[in-house]
Design a protein around this ligand. Structure first.
Ligand SMILES: Nc1nc2c(c(=O)[nH]1)N[C@H]1C(S)=C(S)[C@@H](COP(=O)(O)OP(=O)(O)OC[C@H]3O[C@@H](n4cnc5c(=O)[nH]c(N)nc54)[C@H](O)[C@@H]3O)O[C@H]1N2
Ligand SMILES: Nc1nc2c(c(=O)[nH]1)N[C@H]1C(S)=C(S)[C@@H](COP(=O)(O)OP(=O)(O)OC[C@H]3O[C@@H](n4cnc5c(=O)[nH]c(N)nc54)[C@H](O)[C@@H]3O)O[C@H]1N2
Ligand code: SF4
Ligand SMILES: [Mo]
Length: 706
């Protein structure tokens, strides 16, 4: 006779990355045994990536921290003691009250990484506390394009794959591996199978660039120049949408003057892309309707960040591809709270906003409600412009993921108080005073994706409870209540009801629905114009004019390149790009997950075979990569589709299998090499220069290899 087991399949939505794939979770006797794609789901049609498929190995991982901890030894010594949630909350609350009394709330910083479910709650807690200093990854990733579009056309245009574009430009993304933000690569696959043309802008041969009709292999960091080159062709050959330009753009004449400063031959010289390829791409893009542009992260991680973002919007706008079916669309969310109604700045008094730690700098970042992280770390180390005494960090591993890792490590080791909410004791968490164990997406009820811009809301269901882990928003709710913030609901479910309230539904109504979608409506500008001060697409940005920034986009050479610094290039001859995503890891995560680590055991540097030969490096050898900031090692992977003067290293590496509390954070960490000097930052948003630097390479001697 068989044993009686209870098995059920729960339909929910994965959040193993930025999320969005519909999944079926198999649960046997209360334990998750398998996760598979939901064939009926509109955004993934049953497909899944390896991270989602392996997620139960994370949920039940033996290293997972299941109870709150407090540090008992010295910082970073790795000595911890289990405490109750009450003690953890009380410790944090007492410290916050002390800092507020002695220095004011601005000396407390709320911090997180890339987009996660708890981010709105963290920002809301910060605003209610009265600190203008919330840091995230948004100043070099994604929120930059949100900010650029707010001031240019009022909202972020999202690729309308469902509307069947006939041409897609994938600009600095490897979407088939990354499924970033609002997108999954599967949707691009589908439109390509239908015959859509593909233009890819990438310095490396990737799976995505290998499928392109036109591949523009540019010199890293020159995207803004390339965009100017394409605009130049489109304007001089009169391939733009004249009616749209006349009726719906602001500053056309001045914009054309600026574009004329970038003739195709000059652009070819700057970007290394032959002039005929630029012309071919510009014609294909402008003549094939509808067309759309898939954003990649690479263009945002350098000094040209916001201008590159604006130029991509301008390309969509003047070719008449904004808010049209199959173009770049402003999707309407299902009725509910938006992130700006819910959190940013809403409750922050103007006199506190004025204490923004970056002062008058990076006004667009301030407007979005974030602060570039180096101002915070600098304040910890110098006490200027005022001391930062406490950092409350959630869902981030900045020691590995932020530029100038040595400075980050030093600042987080020195800050008077650090709390970290995570699943594991990462190299960052090892520096904390209090550790809060967070729940994963399989342990939480949530209105997923409510502030993304794809127009969907994905209900996520709590399936299991692990130890005493709590969801991030429960943590912020509880801390908020204990700080005397009256605005929080009675419990976290109350907040989901609050998010859904404008749509007249409750969490109970939607929890078993696969998704909610807002109305799909195109050309909304015909009725209301664009949500900018002039109600037009601002090719000439009036907000920037008001702030004293250049109202027109421009191209700047990155501060560390063979062109801007030929002296440095003698010592560091290679152009260094960092951070191409591995399909099996999310940033610094998942190195401890057996199924995933087996697919990708070591950090790898992409290198042209001729370059490797010059240095006596064979495929698979460990290689030192050195920049003016430091040195790390990764293993050589030959890529004949990368320029011989460019090398590309992976980011996110630490080694959970190294059991000392540093976990080898500085051995292969790309951010030992990157820079956070204020003069390398983008002006409007403070974007960090994570890509496009200079380095030298040389083989690791056998006895020094890992
Ligand atoms: N050199 C270089 N550096 C880069 C990049 C690059 O291209 N090059 N890319 C950058 C980019 S674009 C980004 S967005 C950042 C990302 O930077 P981070 O967000 O700091 O990166 P992660 O490694 O994903 O760190 C997340 C941590 O949060 C934990 N975590 C995951 N989900 C949750 C959750 O729901 N709740 C809680 N409490 N914890 C959770 C994980 O266990 C992990 O330890 O990295 C940046 N760093
Ligand atoms: N599996 C997995 N998926 C992820 C993540 C992850 O860590 N792992 N991270 C998530 C996050 S937070 C983000 S931001 C997204 C990013 O997702 P994507 O934007 O797709 O990012 P990447 O793979 O980092 O970079 C894409 C390409 O940019 C190229 N590139 C490098 N420098 C330049 C340049 O100067 N110009 C141009 N045009 N291209 C350049 C690289 O060669 C690379 O192929 O992915 C998200 N999805
Ligand atoms: S792409 Fe992201 S949401 Fe989809 S299965 Fe992978 S981890 Fe989950
Ligand atoms: Mo990101």
């Amino acid at each position: 006779m068989g044993v009686l087991v209870k098995e059920e399949i729960v339909r929910t939505n994965c959040r193993g990355c930025h999320g969005g794939c519909g999944v079926l979770v198999h649960v046997r006797d209360g334990t998750i045994i398998k996760i598979e794609g939901d064939p009926d789901f509109p955004t993934n049609h049953g497909s899944m990536c390896s991270k989602g498929l392996a997620f139960q190995q994370l949920v039940y991982h033996p290293d997972r921290v299941k109870y709150p901890l407090k540090r008992v030894g010295k910082k970073g010594e790795g000595k911890w003691q289990r405490i109750s949630w009450d003690e953890a909350f009380d410790t944090i609350v007492n410290k916050l009250k002390q800092v507020i009394k002695e220095n004011g709330p601005e000396s407390i910083v709320l911090a997180q990484g890339t987009s996660r479910e708890g981010e709105a709650f963290l920002a809301r807690f910060g605003n209610l506390l009265g600190t203008p200093n919330v840091m995230a990854a948004g100043h070099f990733c994604y929120l930059t394009r949100v900010g650029a579009s707010l001031v240019t056309c009022g909202n972020l245009p999202i690729c309308d794959y469902d509307g069947n574009p006939n041409c897609v430009v994938v600009w600095g993304s490897n979407i088939f591996w990354t499924n970033p933000d609002e997108y999954t690569g599967e949707n691009l696959c589908r439109v390509l199978a239908q015959g859509a043309k593909l233009i890819v802008v990438d310095p490396r041969l990737t799976y995505t660039s290998s499928r392109a009709d036109v591949w523009l292999q540019l010199r890293p960091g020159t995207d803004a120049a390339l965009a100017f080159g394409m605009l130049n062709v489109i304007i001089s050959e009169k391939l733009y949408d004249k009616e749209f330009v006349e009726k719906y753009t602001h500053g056309w004449d001045k914009f054309v003057e600026r574009v004329k400063q970038y003739p195709v031959e000059k652009v070819a010289e700057i970007t290394w892309v032959p002039a005929d390829k630029i012309i071919e791409a510009a014609r294909l893009f402008a003549k094939t309707k509808p067309a759309t542009i898939q954003w990649g992260i690479s263009i945002e991680q350098n000094i040209n960040c916001i201008d590159s973002d604006r130029l991509l919007i301008d390309l969509l706008a003047i070719t008449g591809n904004l808010d049209v079916k199959g173009g770049g669309v402003f999707f309407l969310p299902p009725k509910g709270q938006t992130i700006s109604q819910f959190t940013y700045h809403k409750e922050l008094p103007p006199e506190q906003s004025a204490k923004y730690i970056a002062g008058d700098a990076h006004k667009l970042c301030h407007m979005i409600g974030l602060v570039p992280e180096n101002y915070v770390y600098n304040a910890v180390l110098t006490g200027k412009p005022y001391p930062v005494r406490a950092i409350l960090l959630q869902a981030s591993n900045p020691v590995v993921t932020r530029p100038n890792a040595k400075m980050v490590y030093k600042a987080l080791s020195q800050v008077e108080f650090l709390s970290v909410a995570d699943f594991f004791l990462t190299p960052t968490a090892e520096l904390a005073d209090v550790f809060l164990p967070s729940a994963t997406w399989l342990e939480v009820d949530y209105t997923g994706g409510f502030f993304f811009r794809h127009g969907y809301l994905f209900p996520r269901k709590k399936i299991v409870q692990i130890g005493e882990c709590k969801s991030d928003f429960e943590i912020w709710n509880e801390l908020g209540r204990r700080m005397g913030q009256k605005q929080w609901g009675a419990n976290h479910i109350g907040d989901l009801d609050q998010i859904l309230a404008p749509g007249g539904v409750t969490w109970a109504d939607v929890r078993d629905k696969p998704f909610l979608r807002g109305e799909v409506k195109y050309r909304k500008y015909l009725e209301k114009g664009f949500s900018t001060p002039t109600r037009k697409v601002e090719l000439y940005c009036t907000t920037f004019e008001k702030w004293g920034y250049d109202p027109l986009p421009t191209y700047k050479e990155v501060p560390e390149s063979p062109v801007s610094n030929p002296e440095l290039a003698k010592q560091y001859p290679y152009i260094l790009i960092t951070g191409p995503r591995s399909p099996v890891f999310f940033h610094s995560e998942h190195r401890m997950i057996p199924w995933l680590r087996e697919c990708h055991p070591d950090p790898m540097i992409d290198i042209h075979p001729d370059t490797a030969k010059k240095h006596g490096i064979k495929e698979g050898d460990w290689v030192y990569i050195e920049s003016p900031r430091g040195r790390i090692k990764q293993r050589a992977r030959f890529n004949p589709g990368i320029h011989p003067q460019v090398v590309c290293i992976q980011h996110g590496w630490w080694f959970p299998e190294i059991k000392t509390p540093d976990h080898g954070w500085d051995l292969s960490n790309s951010n030992i090499l990157t820079d956070n000097d204020p003069k390398t930052l983008d002006i409007a948003f403070g974007a960090s220069n994570l890509r496009t630097l200079m380095c030298k390479i040389y083989p690791v001697k056998q006895e020094e290899a890992k």
